[in-house]
Design a protein around this ligand. Sequence first.
Ligand SMILES: [Zn+2]
Ligand SMILES: [Zn+2]
Length: 208
Amino acid sequence: MRIETIPVGPLQVNCYLIADADSGRTLVVDPGEDAGRIAAEIRRAGFEPCALLATHGHFDHVGAVAPLRRLLGEIPFLAHRDDLFLIDSCRQAAARWHLEVEDCPAPDSFIEDGQVLEVGSLRIEVRHTPGHSPGGVSLVAPGHLFPGDTLFHRSVGRTDFRGGDPEQLARSIRERLYSLADATVVHPGHGPTTTIGEEKLENPFVRG
Ligand SMILES: [Zn+2]
Ligand SMILES: [Zn+2]
């Protein structure tokens, strides 16, 4: 597996390229902005994108879906059904931050808890981890976790946006993420990487 991190946009979302090292098949996670830079990085790495996936529907994570698809060709866009209301209104949400993004297309298919995505020979498990948003998901690859805005280095996702729920967020983190091996490397939606073991001990918001 190869993982490339591209921080994009004014909110510095980590757009991740999760690639199967053998085939180059690649899942593009959270293309929030800077479609041109993401496409250039995919070309530079020699990757072959097979799908775009949003960990959740906030505009900073889906803002470049439309322009990136124009650059990469019509590959499918995947997200959880419960964040459709956020995806549908992402341009208006960005405008409230005085930012501009294009309308995001509706997902081509909805991803669900327990679903396994096959990216070349890589198997990536989808875990529904609501709390930051109703349809937030985390992706579990061997030894690596991509929790979107659910869990950060020494922090957790905000729950004061539409559909947020602090108790649900804590439950998602304790039951669905802290149950992973301590050595699991965490690649959050913003900011630096961490590990499950470190966050269980050091996270000031949700202890393991
Ligand atoms: Zn978010
Ligand atoms: Zn975010």
